[in-house]
Design a protein. Structure first.
Length: 185
């Protein structure tokens, strides 16, 4: 059970950062100022971070919904509670202050459709259809699909996703790198 929890936590952390939309803005427009080290990190709420690094501001994993907007995650601890559990500590306008580009160039998806016993056919990470949705919702972005073939709970292989991508005719912007492969953008 401890190994499962560690793996699940690692997947959750990777998911948060992998599918995070990164937004950049000119620092002159940003309300936040960096210190002498050149970087400032502000926790907004949960995994939503605003980072200023040099002249660039990044908004990672932006969950800007009001308290209680979404149902709890079924089958989890306190699933009867609605998410997010708390309000934003500041108005949304302050969160996005200085952020003028809301269009990611590259979206990395954990796309292996991992499943946990008891939740079959209800993946805990993204899969085929999610890859298509990301392609449709971010028409200017390249989609990089990862997190397949190497962990036991994956239900979607690279080959299966590649076949789906071909069926959907979306190969022009969806990349499925091999282990060890480097992509340059």
């Amino acid at each position: 059970m401890m190994l499962f929890r560690s793996c699940f936590m690692m997947c959750a952390v990777l998911f948060s950062f992998s599918v995070a939309s990164v937004y950049a803005a000119d620092s002159a427009k940003s309300a936040a100022k960096t210190d002498d080290a050149g970087m400032q990190l502000q926790l907004i709420r949960n995994a939503t971070l605003k980072i200023q690094y040099g002249d660039t501001v990044f908004l990672l994993d932006p969950m800007l919904a009001a308290q209680g907007t979404y149902p709890g995650f079924a089958g989890t601890h306190r699933s009867e509670l609605r998410n997010p559990l708390v309000e934003l500590p500041m108005p949304v306008e302050d969160v996005v202050a200085g952020v003028d580009a809301f269009i990611p160039d590259v979206v990395v998806l954990n796309a292996g459709a991992a499943e946990v016993n008891g939740f079959e056919n209800d993946p805990i990470i993204m899969g085929r259809e999610d890859t298509l949705r990301a392609y449709q919702y971010a028409p200017q972005a390249r989609i990089v699909a990862v997190h397949m073939d190497a962990i036991n709970h994956m239900t979607l292989s690279r080959a299966e996703l590649a076949a789906y991508i071909a069926e959907q005719d979306i190969e022009d912007r969806v990349l499925i790198p091999a282990d060890g492969e480097t992509l340059n953008f």
